[in-house]
Design a protein around this ligand. Structure first.
Ligand code: AGP
Length: 612
């Protein structure tokens, strides 16, 4: 949620900040702002420019000359206070001395606000963040350094934060603090950067310092000094980032979502490289940090993720049950922590996340660990909080995903689950021959995904028709049900049309009442042992006047059970859902394009949900 960028160095800060914010816009896009320090100007030692809307509105609001080589910037996803210029960051203390940008939520902001008001401080926004600017300013008034002032202010805050703070009287310095929201430093040559996400600074440096919760840093052009509340100096080393500017460009596509869908054949190939073990018919997953004997001791698997990652988790659980024959289920990580879950040492907990920063998932990791459980992660973002806190894991290697609606990362998640299920299966009951069968299926995926993408034109035509319906169903059974859930999720996220998923078997228990010519269904009908039942259910929809777009396999005789059919190539039955999901990505995408919606930045959403 929200994005932070900061700069100290010889360059003019404003263009660096605006470029960084543009790359961060997918994290929050209801308002944006920057603050720049210019000690040479007696009249304007600091300038703040904020605007409601996109970064382009901010750019339009910038004065022709905005000199200064130290600055901070922010894109916002509103939590407290409506999206507006007055609620946009940076927030400034009453005396104009302190500027603050913040990601996260300050839980005790109401208490702090009323205390500050009682003390005569005039609050000019509805945000939780503004209190930080006032608290820091008060500490500075007592003669504290900026570092000590931030330390003392943060000591009064309860909540999550990534903060970047400027003091007009300490130009050439940004002080940052992290607790529960991602924050990193970029190390340049005679210049330093601050960012909530590496995308903001990738054009300038690949050397980054990933801050941990409880870390503070004082950043100048020459470098940084890190510390915590208990230690005056801590050692934080830089690591090299594996990310290029090209990966963050549209590369000829109209939208990032389209680019990311089309990257899948290549990215899946890359993900599988070195992970398939033909000799033993299993998967090589060194990052799990679990030996075969450790894997054998698990009697149950619990998958935790949010949103689409949870739906893929459902699919993953069924792959684990299929291949390893141990009980597995998935639960929204957002619910898990709040029901005081029983953590069993014989259960393997698996969290799944593209961003690696989803607060609900991160807190689920901590809950499992606090109670002595083993938790591994299927994570895309390298070095993210979840990746760093889990006991082991599988990196998804999907590359950066910019579109808010996740596509390729979800495909990589399901493949990650197939690899995990294979490894678990081979230390339980799965035969060598079955292991080899799954390996062959996995190897076939890149070419099969490419084959599905080659049929994009027909999918676009089907999507345009679906887009005219105010509401639609996605239905599927057993392994096809998570596919339907994800298909509905993708559709509603970016088209704003009501799309609901049901297990096909549940239709006759209620939802069938809604079927009419105005409510089409997308039905997942693979060629498996349920194919006849699925066709019957589709016929029941057709009999009530509902259109059926079937996503199916070649050779499945649908007769008049479908109004149109989309075919995907067959793989192994356990892996088929991976391919059945791909057309739903293009259906959602093309429906949103047909409706003229902002595909990459759907309203009310943000790419990574770092608040609970
Ligand atoms: C996917 O299209 C959604 N934007 C959303 O449901 C997402 O999958 C969810 O918020 C989890 O994100 P994560 O994978 O980064 O943890």
């Amino acid at each position: 949620m929200c994005g932070i960028v900061g700069y100290v160095g010889p360059q003019q800060a404003a263009p660096v900040l605006v470029e960084g914010l543009t790359r961060l816009e997918y994290r929050g896009y209801d308002s944006a702002g920057i603050a720049v320090l210019n000690p040479r100007s007696k009249a304007n030692p600091s300038r703040v420019v904020r605007a409601q809307g996109r970064v382009r509105e901010l750019e339009a609001a910038l004065p022709a000359r905005l000199a200064g080589t130290t600055g901070i910037g922010h894109t916002r996803w509103a939590t407290h206070g409506e999206p507006s210029e007055r609620n946009a960051h940076p927030h400034t203390s009453g005396d104009g001395r302190v500027h603050v940008v913040h990601n996260g939520i300050i839980d005790n902001f109401a208490t702090l606000r009323s205390r500050l008001s009682e003390e005569g401080v005039e609050l000019t926004s509805d945000t939780d963040t503004e209190v930080v600017a006032h608290l820091v300013a008060r500490e500075l008034e007592t003669g504290s350094s900026l570092e000590d002032a931030v330390l003392a202010a943060v000591g009064q805050i309860v909540g999550t934060y990534a903060l970047a703070v400027l003091d007009v009287q300490a130009p050439g310095r940004v002080v940052v603090a992290r607790n529960g929201s991602p924050l990193l430093l970029g190390v340049g040559d005679g210049e330093m950067f601050v960012a909530s996400d590496p995308a903001a600074i990738v054009r300038h440096t690949s050397q980054v310092v990933l801050l941990d919760d409880g870390d503070f840093a004082s950043v100048t052009a020459d470098g940084f000094h890190s510390f915590t509340a208990g230690e005056k100096k801590t050692a934080r080393a830089a690591v090299t980032l594996d990310l290029t500017v090209e990966e963050l460009e549209l590369g000829g596509h109209d939208h990032f979502m389209h680019k990311e869908i089309h990257e899948q054949p290549e990215s899946v190939e890359r993900m599988l490289t070195g992970r398939l073990d033909d000799r033993f018919g299993t998967a090589k997953l060194a990052g799990l940090n679990l030996e075969p004997r450790d894997l054998r001791r698990f009697e149950r698997v619990k998958v935790l993720g949010c949103g689409s990652a949870y739906y893929v988790g459902q699919l993953g659980a069924s792959m684990i049950e299929d291949l390893a024959r141990i009980p597995a289920d998935a639960e929204p990580a957002s619910e898990f922590r709040y029901r005081n879950p029983i953590i069993e040492p014989s259960t393997l907990y698996v969290v799944v996340s593209q961003s690696g920063e989803t607060a609900d998932t991160l807190f689920a990791v901590r809950e499992v660990q606090r109670k002595g459980g083993t938790v591994v992660g299927l994570v895309n973002a390298v070095g993210s909080s979840i990746a760093r806190e889990v006991d082991g894991g599988i990196y998804l290697h999907a590359g950066p995903e910019v579109a808010v609606a996740s596509t390729k990362a979800l495909t990589h998640m399901s493949i990650g689950f197939a690899l995990l299920a294979l490894a678990l299966g081979r230390v339980h009951d799965l035969s060598f021959a079955d292991g080899q069968r799954i390996i062959a299926g996995l190897r076939a995926l890149p070419a099969q995904i490419a084959e599905i993408l080659a049929g994009e034109e027909a999918l676009a035509a089907a999507a345009e028709e679906l887009a005219t319906a105010p509401s639609l169903f996605f239905v599927g059974r057993v392994r096809g049900y998570p596919v339907a859930r994800e298909g509905a999720q993708k559709f509603k996220e970016i088209t704003y049309r009501h799309a609901e998923a049901y297990p096909t078997s549940e239709l006759k228990h209620g939802p069938l009442a809604l079927i009419s010519p105005e409510l089409p269904s997308v039905a997942i009908i693979p060629e498996d042992d349920l194919v006849e039942r699925n066709i019957t259910a589709a016929q029941e929809i057709r009999a009530r006047g509902g259109a059926v777009v079937a996503i199916t396999h070649p050779g499945v005789e649908l007769g008049d059970a479908a109004t149109s059919r989309i075919e995907v190539p067959r793989n192994e039955v356990e892996l088929d859902p991976i391919l059945l999901t791909i057309p739903t990505q293009l259906l959602g995408y093309h429906a949103a394009v047909a409706l003229g919606e902002d595909v990459d930045r759907p309203r009310n959403l943000a790419k990574s949900v770092t608040v609970e």
